[in-house]
Ligand binder design. Structure first.
Ligand SMILES: [Zn+2]
Length: 440
């Protein structure tokens, strides 16, 4: 891709991001809106709460009840045939990744990653995600995601509210060191590669300096990196503790990518706030995670179906042989650990890892995937709303209650009866603004 092409595509995309969908009300901020919901769930209750009226003033929930008083001029949205619930929260997305980018990252410019990010933001909001946490900025030595966050917040592009995880701080040769993709001996200057107590401390400060809200760490190898395995621990306990100490000094929580039991255990011992994947954690480690009040973001739709297929001898034909061998080797452990997670008391937040798989796949399928792996429907729904907000320390979203932001979705079905209803979003509202309306 040449520079002129990238620049012209960029301006076209920026223009498209401004164009409202046909149907009028999109992007229009009405002062007072009354939603008539056929059925609703507030993000906390044990089940659906029946019909309700929700009054929204200046982007916030002002009243919830059976028959609320309101201004005669309030704009009415009739969702009498719909199920209303809080907007979804995906705590593990990669806005600047898609599978093509992963395959050849060092050849991608920051402009190309920005374009991928603008597209990802648009799709996520359309699918009902009103808040997301980015789990790893793919720009090698700049910061794209904080710019996307600002652009969404200012209204210049449409997308969910973004919590920035910065780059995934990684050991040399670890999960987020892309230098191994280059020919032997070629150097790649990457801000995310750091080792030793002083090195990781400096990396934490550098991420925060450039706008990271959370500190993301590659605590183990992975499935998408050829030179390391998901059981390999990338950092010593001393380095992991140093990362948490440096982050805590700056008031930033830490989230750690870890698959194998040992790296998951190290992250838990360092008292990080959330562990991502944790897909091969033992029963004992899950118990320790629960006791320490650490959250797990299990990203099951990206992993568990692949493990199920591998056990049955089915593989993605595009997958290289080394990846197939990893799937085969670890599938039984992944399936066992997912059953143990469902039986545990661990606080679970929904995350998809979208970006590592294509954005054409709706991340709301994670709700159903969690239920398929034994997680109770109520726990799965909370994972993608109130529990995620609690983990992210956002006390203004994730539930439908007085004074909270009007981040809402309307579904064509009741997810307590059939969880795939979460993939059938008909209306999306973020802070009182309707971004999608297929109801009228
Ligand atoms: Zn990820």
């Amino acid at each position: 891709m040449n520079r002129a092409f990238i620049e012209s595509s960029f301006s076209i995309l920026i223009m498209l991001a401004f164009v409202p969908l046909s149907g009028g009300s999109l992007g229009e901020k009405s002062n007072e809106t009354l939603i008539l919901a056929g059925n609703y769930w507030d993000g906390l209750a044990d089940g659906p709460l029946g019909p309700a009226e929700v009054l929204i003033i200046d982007g916030k929930i002002a009243k919830v009840g059976k028959n609320v008083t309101h201004n005669e001029a309030a704009k009415v949205i009739d969702l009498s045939g719909m199920f209303l619930m809080p907007g979804f929260i995906d705590s593990h997305v990669h806005l600047t990744i898609n599978p093509d980018v992963i395959a050849a990252l060092p050849t991608y410019s920051d402009a190309a990653l920005t374009l991928a990010g603008i597209n990802a933001c648009k799709i996520l909001l359309h699918n009902g995600f009103t808040t997301v946490r980015d789990a790893g900025d793919l720009s090698i030595n700049s910061w794209v995601v904080p710019e996307l966050k600002k652009a969404v917040a200012s209204g210049s592009i449409r997308g969910p509210r973004i919590i920035c995880g910065g780059h995934m701080i990684s050991a040399l040769g670890g999960h987020f060191d892309f230098g191994g993709m280059l020919r032997a001996g070629a150097a790649l200057d990457q801000v995310s590669v750091a080792e030793g107590v002083d090195g990781v401390r400096r990396a934490v400060h550098n991420e925060v300096r450039h706008g990271a809200d959370w500190i993301k760490v590659a605590g183990s190898g992975g499935f998408l990196s050829p030179s390391d395995g998901p059981e390999d621990a990338s950092y010593s306990q001393e380095e992991m503790n140093a990362i948490v100490n440096a982050s805590t000094d700056l008031g930033k929580p830490v989230f750690v990518h870890a698959y194998g039991d040992e790296p998951v255990h190290r992250a838990a011992a360092a008292k990080v706030r959330s562990i991502e994947h944790a897909s091969m954690a033992s029963v004992q480690t899950l118990k320790m995670i629960a006791e320490n009040g650490i959250y797990v973001v299990p990203t099951q739709m990206a992993l568990v179906p692949v493990a199920r297929d591998a056990v049955n001898g089915t593989f993605d034909p595009k997958e290289p042989e080394w990846a197939r061998q990893k799937d085969l080797k670890y599938a039984p452990q992944i399936l066992e650990s997912s059953r143990n997670l469902a039986k545990s008391d661990v606080k679970i937040a929904l995350g998809t890892d979208v970006g590592t798989f294509d954005y054409s796949k709706n991340g709301a399928a994670e709700f159903s995937e969690m239920v398929r792996n034994g997680i109770a429907p109520l726990r799965a729904l909370k994972a993608g709303t109130s529990m995620a907000a609690e983990m992210l320390q956002l006390n203004d979203t994730g539930i439908i209650a007085l004074g909270k932001r009007a981040d809402l979705v309307a579904l064509a079905g009741n997810p307590f009866e059939n969880m795939s209803a979460t993939e059938n979003v008909r209306l999306v509202m973020k802070e009182g603004v309707v971004y999608r309306n297929d109801v009228k």
